[in-house]
Design a binder for this molecule. Structure first.
Ligand SMILES: C[S@@+](CC[C@H](N)C(=O)[O-])C[C@H]1O[C@@H](n2cnc3c(N)ncnc32)[C@H](O)[C@@H]1O
Length: 242
């Protein structure tokens, strides 16, 4: 469906825009690490959206937790190498929407993800800049291969994101969400000329921090426009035992 291509594209854009992305990546890592340090029990940490690892303070987390599970549809060489080198880092390939198989054949039913919910050792969960991404490639696929209208696309996007938030809420662990909430287009003078919600109309949960991510400065996608994301960071659940 195009996931590997997208992940390699994200990695390449990171290389080009390293300086512009630095504040966002540092903010993400600092928020995740601070939340992790608040966990009383530190057995297993499940990190979702861990293909390229740029926004995860992996070494620090690997020192805090007995086991780290990196979850994504793919893992790039950097994650594979770290898992090879560190006995307490493992890779898990998982569809976090639990729906890709049926979407592939044009069925827009959104299923409930359950991976790791029955694992009592999970003390920390991170959703790292994936929530807004979950509907995008499926929607491109559905639009390109099946006849679904704008109303259906909107409903599907909302359902995928709601299902992800509901899934995160079900963990009996300290659970942390980093997600873009809004996409802003800026003209050459830095003036915002359009703002779009990134979560398909689903309200972002109450959050403890927010910052700007200059994801595509002038020239990356367009010479006249730059794209900035407004990112939120939230602690969704903090189990008193964890
Ligand atoms: C914007 S990237 C996240 C950035 C990442 N945290 C990093 O290393 O900087 C979105 C990630 O979500 C993953 N992803 C998208 N849909 C997914 C799905 N259905 N299941 C699991 N991972 C998915 C992609 O493979 C990609 O690695």
């Amino acid at each position: 469906m195009g996931y590997l291509h997208q992940t390699i594209g994200i990695d390449a854009r990171y290389t080009r825009q390293r300086n512009a992305w630095r504040p966002h990546l540092e903010n993400s890592q600092a928020f995740i690490l601070k939340t992790a340090q608040s966990c009383k029990r530190r057995r297993k940490a499940v990190l979702m959206g861990a293909a390229t690892l740029h926004d995860l303070p992996l070494e620090a987390l690997a020192n805090l937790f007995e086991e780290i599970v990196l979850v994504d549809l793919f893992h790039l060489w950097s994650a594979r190498w770290l898992a090879f080198k560190n006995q307490n880092i493992t890779l898990n390939v998982c569809d976090l929407t639990a729906s890709l198989e049926t979407i592939y054949s044009g069925d827009t039913t959104v299923h409930e993800p359950v991976e790791f919910l029955d694992d009592d050792d999970v003390d920390f969960v991170v959703s790292a800049n994936i929530a807004s991404q979950l509907p995008l490639i499926p929607l491109d696929w559905l639009k390109g291969h099946f006849n679904i209208d704008a109303r259906e696309r909107q409903k599907f996007g909302e359902e995928i994101i709601s299902a992800h938030f509901d899934y995160l809420d079900k963990f009996r662990a300290t659970t942390c969400l980093i997600s873009d909430a809004e996409r802003v287009a800026l003209d050459k003078n830095g003036k915002a000329i359009s703002r779009q919600p990134a979560l398909f109309g689903i309200s972002p949960p109450p959050h403890q921090a927010s910052w700007e991510w200059d994801i595509a400065p002038y020239g990356e996608l367009n010479h006249q426009l730059a794209t900035r994301h407004i990112v939120i960071a939230a602690i969704l659940g903090q189990n008193s035992g964890t």
